[in-house]
Design a protein around this ligand. Structure first.
Ligand SMILES: C[S@@+](CC[C@H](N)C(=O)[O-])C[C@H]1O[C@@H](n2cnc3c(N)ncnc32)[C@H](O)[C@@H]1O
Length: 394
């Protein structure tokens, strides 16, 4: 996600009204739970409350007119490049389907399908699993406009397939939008941060007991972590990944997201956690601002995702920074040959150069984003992890 850090813009009347409706639901839930709820429940309501939440309430979220820009929104070369790993996996499976989860505007679907067609490796079906009703419609419109001749291969699912299948699951920036628990390390041990109403119509943190024993397991030993440190635990990301792979008989699950190995995420260097909110291209760390109107994310613990996947019979195919993954897959050559063919305006060249920097430089998305590949029934080495595979750090 690309964004700017500066003062927050004022919401319009509709946004204020939406935030007030979501806040009212939250206050009711808090009252029904003795005054406070764990932060994961707050985040689930703010993002996913049917008809109201950020992802399911019909507001424009992605792209230049929304709150943030993701890698496939920055440049189509992101998807064209990721397609290299998808093609490789499909070949190792002897064909199959692609299942994209959380497809946003449909940009990545368009890029992957266009490149797979160019390479003569179209999947049998391109299946999309998406929670947001209006984003599903936006995806359909995008695909109908750009690739009408491929629509007979595209379908939207309500859930992961029940029947056994082979192919590739792809999800870009989905795991970081799943609800997280927020915790604080104190002299007395680990406490969970719950959320309660405050006196001015907003919300405040309230320290309380840990609501799920898996939270302490995820963080591991607190030795060496400073009292006062606050961080997040995403219990849903490992469970989601296991579910995504459940009926996958042969193939891979490719996850690209903000995130780190557990040892890096739960370290004194990240003593404020990684909670980040986005509203109209401004990034800040106040999750109580405009519930339902702003995005809330937290970095992914890729060790937890890989650990749960191993328990479910998946193998580690590779783990690398986004920059390394894209470079391994030939991002620079792909762009060079596009520019070398001529006919690209100066303006487009400039936009492309800027987008490539954002995708690969450490101060952009190059290092904080990682690609994780989990596989079943196929053997590597996999091209996206040819060099700089950091799987050993998980
Ligand atoms: C941050 S956006 C990323 C969109 C897109 N992948 C991209 O890179 O532009 C998160 C996407 O995941 C969807 N989403 C969130 N939770 C989901 C879930 N549990 N299952 C399927 N889709 C989900 C959202 O509606 C949205 O489309």
């Amino acid at each position: 996600m690309e964004f700017t850090e500066s003062a927050l813009p004022e919401p319009n009347d509709a946004e204020r009204e939406r935030a007030e409706s979501v806040a009212a639901v939250l206050r009711d839930r808090m009252a029904a739970s003795g005054g406070a709820i764990p932060f994961d429940r707050f985040m689930r309501t703010a993002l996913y409350e049917p008809g109201l939440g950020y992802y399911v309430g019909g507001r424009e979220r992605l792209g230049r007119g929304g709150d943030f820009v993701t890698a496939p929104e920055l440049t189509p070369f992101f998807g064209y490049t990721v397609a290299g790993q998808v093609v490789d996996l499909l070949a190792r499976c002897g064909g199959g389907d692609v299942l994209e989860a959380g497809a946003g505007s449909g940009a990545l679907a368009t890029q992957l399908l266009a490149e797979l067609e160019r390479l003569g490796n179209l999947p049998e079906r391109y299946r999309i699993l998406e929670v947001s009703p209006d984003l599903k419609e936006r995806q359909r419109r995008t695909l109908e406009r750009t690739l009408p001749h491929l629509m007979d291969r595209v379908e939207w699912l309500e859930d992961f397939p029940a029947e056994a299948w082979r192919g590739v699951v792809v999800a870009n920036e989905l795991l970081d939008s799943l609800p997280v628990h927020r915790v604080r390390i104190t002299e007395e041990g680990l406490k969970e941060l719950h959320v309660a109403p405050n006196d001015s119509g907003g919300f405040q943190w309230r320290e309380g007991p840990v609501s799920d024993p898996r939270i302490a397991d995820a963080i591991g030993s607190l030795d060496g972590l400073p009292a006062g440190m606050e961080t997040e635990v995403n219990l849903e990301a490992p469970a989601w990944t296991v579910q995504a792979a459940e009926s996958l008989e042969r193939g891979g699950v490719l996850l690209i997201d903000y995130g780190h190995p557990a040892a890096e995420l739960y370290s004194p260097g990240r003593a404020r956690g990684t909670l980040m909110c986005h509203f109209r291209h401004r990034a800040h760390d106040d999750p109580f601002y405009l519930p339902g109107v702003q995005d809330i994310t937290a970095h992914v613990d890729f060790s937890a995702v890989a650990g749960a996947s191993a328990g479910a019979g998946l193998e580690l195919g590779g783990f690398a920074t986004q920059a390394q993954f894209l470079i391994n897959l030939g991002l620079t050559h792909r762009v060079e040959s596009y520019l070398g063919a001529g006919g690209v305006s100066d303006e487009e060249q400039l936009q492309l150069a800027t987008a490539l920097k954002q995708l690969t430089l450490p101060q952009g998305m190059g290092e904080s984003f990682k690609a994780l590949l989990l596989v079943r029934g196929v053997e590597g080495p996999f091209p996206g992890f040819r060099q700089g595979d950091r799987a050993g750090e998980l």
